[in-house]
Unconditional design. Structure first.
Length: 134
């Protein structure tokens, strides 16, 4: 989303054009201050870097990265993934995704994801799990 319009962008960060309202395409909506800085008519190497990392992440077999409806990118170090359902929000850094995933894999079997509001993977030596407010 840029300037209140939806744009279709390929995995290389190339803007393919505006997306018509009511389009049948079902892709995650990407928002945030990082996206607002993209060039509609030029190269976007940082956006391409972010998209390649997100593409790998979203095509992983981990259930927490399935059915993402919105991705908010403030910077490469500050990304939030929002789901279609009651799964927790995932905070991550695109600069150390693999480390975060390895740490998440270690604790995931012990988590009851329906009781979790968010999981923060942005830090190098810890994961912050925030429970739902009941």
């Amino acid at each position: 989303v840029k300037a209140d319009e939806l744009y279709l962008v390929d995995v290389d960060g190339v803007v393919l054009g505006a997306l018509a309202s009511g389009s049948a395409i079902r892709l995650p909506i990407i928002t945030g201050s990082f996206v607002k800085r993209i060039h509609l008519d030029g190269d976007n190497p940082e956006l391409a870097q972010a998209f390649h990392t997100l593409h790998t992440l979203l095509h992983s077999s981990h259930p927490l990265f399935d059915q993402i409806r919105k991705i908010q990118i403030e910077s490469l170090e500050n990304v939030i993934l929002f789901h279609n359902d009651s799964l927790p929000q995932i905070y991550l850094s695109l600069l150390n995704v693999e480390q975060g995933l390895r740490r998440l894999e270690k604790i995931y079997p012990d988590l009851v994801v329906e009781q979790i509001a968010s999981i923060d993977l942005r830090f190098q030596k810890r994961i912050i799990v925030t429970p739902n407010k009941s």
